[in-house]
Design a protein around this ligand. Structure first.
Ligand code: GAR
Length: 198
């Protein structure tokens, strides 16, 4: 499967995904990185792994730009990795069921609008939860609501700060996301999006 990664963060998940694709018999290859910011760490990851990359900032032409890039690179599966807004509906609809997201909590807990990055870990601590984790799910029209592909969890330590928790959840994500993508792509085998819709 030909995958693209879109994000605007530090790019640690993108690095884990690229590394897994390069170093193992994975079911996917990373063919495109899209960043919503020129300064985002994910751009450095693309360079490090020699993956074609483009910057598409949020603007009136964002949706069209993403769709054109996906078509040009014949992308079968789009992976969200640190995208801080909901993916525009037109992209979700065109890619129908071929978009995954990683979220830093055990969905359905602590998802929805405004729940991203450190805000999620603060909500988990404020709720007094004893466990948290990360979830890979299919992206649908609703926030953080699609079918769960995989989840991993960890115990919250007494007195742990939001930043410490974020760091430990990210480490969990780096093994979870490549594994979940492999599983998802294996399920899709023979149903490559681009081949179907050409
Ligand atoms: C990750 O923790 C990911 O789960 C989270 O953003 C971080 C991106 O880090 N995504 C969300 O909160 C989406 N709602 P990265 O840029 O280092 O991969």
């Amino acid at each position: 499967m030909r995958i693209a990664i879109i994000g605007s963060g530090s790019g640690t998940n993108a690095r884990a995904l690229c590394s897994h694709a390069r170093d193992s018999a994975s079911t996917y290859q990373v063919c495109l990185v899209i960043s919503t910011k020129a300064s985002a760490g994910i751009m450095g990851v693309a360079e490090e792994f020699d993956v074609p990359a483009c910057v598409l900032e949020y603007s009136e032409t964002f949706e069209q730009g993403v769709l054109e890039a996906l078509l040009q690179h014949r992308i079968d599966v789009l992976l969200l990795a640190g995208l801080m807004r909901h993916l525009p509906m037109s992209i979700v609809q065109v890619m129908h069921g071929h978009v995954l997201n990683i979220h830093p909590s055990l969905l359905p807990l602590h998802g929805g609008k405004g729940m991203y990055g450190i805000h999620v870990h603060r909500a988990v601590l404020a709720a007094g939860d004893s466990v948290t984790g990360a979830t890979v799910h299919v992206v649908t029209e609703e926030y953080d609501d699609g079918r769960i592909v995989a989840q991993d969890q960890l115990d919250i330590r007494t007195g742990e700060s939001d930043v410490e928790l974020q760091e430990r959840v990210k480490a969990l994500e780096h093994s979870l996301y490549p594994r979940a993508v492999d599983k998802f792509c294996a399920e899709l085998a023979g149903r490559a999006f681009f081949e179907q819709n050409r």
